[in-house]
Each structure stands twice: as C-alpha cells, then as structure tokens.
Design a protein around this ligand. Structure first.
Ligand code: FE
Length: 277
C-alpha cells in the first residue's frame, strides 16, 4: 500500500477471503483476467474477478468426547453455538480475528444482521473464558478441560497431530474430536487461501500463469502436505492427518466467500456490540 505504483509485486497471496475482500475494497487489486484453466478448476464460490482461492480450509467445532455426547452434537450448527446448553463450555478466539469475522459474516449473510447480533450475545454468554490465544490454544483449552467445545480451523488440528508443534500439542490434539457443523442444511463454513492480482502488477500474464501452476496437481500436493489445507482442485488428496480429509462432509456451497469481505463490517459490529473481546 505504501509503495503504490512502484510496487513490483504481481500477486498478493494470503489466507482468508475476508482479508482479500478487504484489500480489494481498498482498491489495491484489479481484475485478474483469470484464464479458463483457472475458472475450470476453482468453483465460482471460491473466487472473484480480482482474486482466487488456491487452497481450502473449514472452520469447525472440536469437542471433548469425554464431556460431550453424540446426542448433544446431533444436528449441531454454528447457530447452535448460541444454545444455553453450552453455557460456560465454549472457547473461541477474539473478535479481531479474521477467521471469526468471516464466519460471522457468513451468518449475517444467511440469517440477517439482527438475528446474528442476538446470536453473538448468546455466544459470548456461553464462553468459558474471555477470548485469548490462537486456534491451537482453543483446542488446548478443550484438551485441558477448561472448555468442552472449541471453534478452530481444520489445518491447525492436523498441524498439532503432526508433532511439528511439540509433544504437548500433539497429545492435546488426540484428546479432541472434530465435528463438521450444519451438515443438515447449508453445510460447513469454508474459507480459502488465495491470490489477488495487485493493482499495479507489472507482469500480469505471468502472474496468471503462476496461479495456474499453483492449481496443478504437483503444486497442490506440495501445498496440502505443508499447510494441511484441503486442495482446491479435485483429484488431489488432503494430508492423512486433516479432519475430513476425504472431503465427504457437506461444504457450504451456497455462501460465496466473497460474502466475507462484503459483510465484514457488519460482523465486527455485532461481535463488538455483544461484548466479544
Ligand atoms: Fe491460520
């Protein structure tokens, strides 16, 4: 943003469609002219004219199988996080976190702002503690018995199970189970890592070629086995450690990830009004 027209970058590669959408809203991107090769492999709900997903992640619930019964989780949804039965049992990170802003933006889109404002108040009332820490810290809190359910992105659980974050986190990850919400209606909240075409990109056509390469099986295999995200293209398998690795769960294919930038201000507003730290 400081370099302006002097910026020699072509692509802005980052995590979360909410971040890409906010960057687009600041006028920092341009129409990319995505090729047929890109449009053919990236479903339309995972891209805009200015940016495109290159990998996927889900924001799901992790629970303690000792303290949460299958019956309690039956038909569980994001909306259900507001149920008073979870009082003092839920952990989730702060409202300034982009993953939460995108999740809540999807609720604003699907249920309306007023309904989501009420939802946020109930969710805050259900929290086991004032929000702190990253997604892995939420999983740690459930493993330690501080809470019964946590909201976290799928790749963090795999990262913990891999042992790359140490034995303590690996053991904690084994104590929780993944649950994919909203399987009976619109599906589980999905997000992306993606690439946007910078406004002053000096090598636009080569940038499109780079994105085409990132969407080949070769590059996708490298990405999913290092970030533990889901592949964006079909025909590539997620890493064995990732929950839902076979992608047999129902993904929300009704809510475009473009919504997350568009409803970001509403999402933050309802969370802050609810006292979500
Ligand atoms: Fe992350």
């Amino acid at each position: 943003m400081e370099e302006g027209a002097d910026c020699v970058g072509d692509l802005y590669i980052t995590a979360d469609a909410g971040r890409l959408g906010a960057f687009q809203a600041k006028g920092m991107l341009q129409k990319a002219g995505w090729s047929k090769a890109i449009k053919n492999v990236v479903p339309s709900q995972f891209r805009s004219t200015q940016w495109t997903g290159i990998a996927k992640r889900a924001r799901i619930i992790y629970y303690s199988p000792e303290r949460v019964s299958a019956n309690e989780l039956n038909g569980m949804t994001y909306e259900g996080l507001a149920d008073p039965k979870w009082k003092g049992r839920l952990v989730i990170r702060k409202s300034n976190n982009i993953y939460n802003q995108s999740l809540v933006a999807s609720l604003v889109k699907n249920n309306g702002k007023n309904s989501t404002a009420n939802w946020a108040k109930s969710v805050v009332g259900n929290m086991a503690r004032t929000p702190k820490g990253n997604d892995r810290a939420q999983i740690m809190a459930v493993a330690a018995g501080e809470a019964d359910i946590a909201v976290a992105n799928t790749y963090y659980h795999a990262l913990m199970l891999s042992g790359k974050k140490g034995a303590e986190q690996q053991e904690a990850a084994k104590k929780v189970m993944p649950f994919f919400p909203n399987q009976q209606d619109r599906g589980t909240h999905m997000n992306i890592s993606g690439a946007g075409m910078l406004k002053h990109a000096p090598n636009k056509s080569n940038a499109v070629k780079l994105v085409e390469f990132l969407l080949t099986a070769e590059a996708q295999n490298h990405i999913v086995n290092n970030t533990f995200e889901y592949p964006m293209i079909s025909g590539v398998s997620a890493n064995d450690l990732v929950p839902g690795k076979d992608l047999s769960f129902k993904q929300d294919n009704k809510t475009s990830v473009k919504t997350y930038g568009a409803k970001q201000a509403d999402a933050l507003e309802v969370m802050l009004a609810a006292g979500w730290k």
